[in-house]
Design a binder for this molecule. Structure first.
Ligand code: ADE
Length: 312
């Protein structure tokens, strides 16, 4: 014979009723033992506290922390320096893309490496907008310089961005076209972001760059940046892009990100540091200047974040 428990558990047929919740729905009517009723009441109480007290408090905290700036690059080296300085760093994955959140120079940020090319860039920009609702997106990275006045290390702020490989090719040649009715061929950032980048450049702490005329600090200029799914290493293509778009720099993501942002009415600035001249030496120069150019662009971005933090 088994021992009887000291206090026999009473079987009860109950409606689960907790203060403030009213009777349980029919499906909840159950035969329960006394301790289980208490446990369920406690569980409901915990749920109540979580959703009705902690929830709003948490949301208020988020609001207090201020707006988020998204910073996007194509290659890991374009984001690495920023990621290494990130405070309160956390990571999130969405559709297999890793996003780093935290604070840089007092500004709440989300960083991402989107991969090379327009499709990767557009997908990552969309994920950024959807999951983080940034106040703006800054694209930071390297580009081929098309303007002969620019040397590796100089920075172009995308006053205009366009997709150079979107259009119509006939026997008369290629003519660029916008990607749809009502969509401009050239995307333009707000003057506020361009001016902020120029102000930030004086405090960015750039390393000097070597040119044929000696060492100098990098120039930061406004210009036309064209984007296409091509690494340009051809003087003929360089001349074509310069003639057709009056382009100062060529890269593979900027205009795609700018278009996604334009469609969602979110400000976007493309910041590109020259790593090569998009000519026959482009591959070699790219390998040589990539790290320094990526760092320069990231330094300008970091300096902009400080100004954005103070502009709250
Ligand atoms: N990014 C850096 N250099 C480039 C080039 N030459 N063509 C396209 N994208 C680039």
């Amino acid at each position: 014979m088994t021992d009887q428990p000291a206090i026999e558990r009473q079987r009860l047929d109950v409606d689960i009723v907790c203060v403030g919740f009213g009777p349980a729905p029919a499906g909840f009517r159950a035969t329960l033992s006394k301790p289980s009723v208490n446990a369920r009441c406690l569980a409901w109480l915990a749920v109540f506290l979580l959703f009705f007290i902690a929830g709003p408090a948490g949301r208020a905290d988020e609001k207090k922390a201020g707006p988020v700036t998204a910073v996007l690059g194509a290659l890991p080296v374009e984001i690495e320096m920023l990621e290494s300085k990130l405070q309160d760093k956390q990571t999130e994955k969405h559709l297999n893309v890793t996003f780093y959140t935290g604070t840089l120079n007092g500004r709440k940020v989300v960083l991402a490496v989107g991969g090379v090319g327009k499709v990767n860039a557009a997908m990552t920009a969309t994920l950024l907008l959807d999951h983080f609702q940034p106040a703006e997106i800054l694209f930071t990275g390297v580009a081929g310089g098309l303007n002969p006045d620019l040397a590796p290390g100089d920075i172009v702020l995308g006053e205009k961005t366009a997709q150079h490989d979107r259009g119509e090719l006939t026997s008369a040649g290629f003519s660029p076209q916008p990607t749809g009715e009502g969509i401009p061929l050239f995307m333009t950032p707000p003057e506020r972001l361009l001016a902020l980048a120029e102000t930030a450049s004086s405090e960015a702490g750039f390393d000097k760059i070597k040119t044929t005329r000696g060492e100098r600090l990098p120039r930061v200029v406004r210009g036309v940046i064209v984007t296409g799914d091509i690494f340009v290493a051809s003087s003929a293509k360089t001349a074509e892009l310069r003639n057709m778009f009056k382009a100062d720099a060529v890269e593979m993501e900027g205009a795609a990100v700018a278009q996604v942002c334009w469609r969602q009415n979110v400000p976007c600035l493309v910041i590109r540091c020259v790593s090569d001249k998009a000519d026959t030496m482009a591959r070699e120069d790219f390998g040589h200047f990539l790290n320094a150019a990526a760092a320069n662009s990231a330094k300008l971005t970091l300096s902009m974040l400080k100004l954005l933090a103070n502009s709250k």
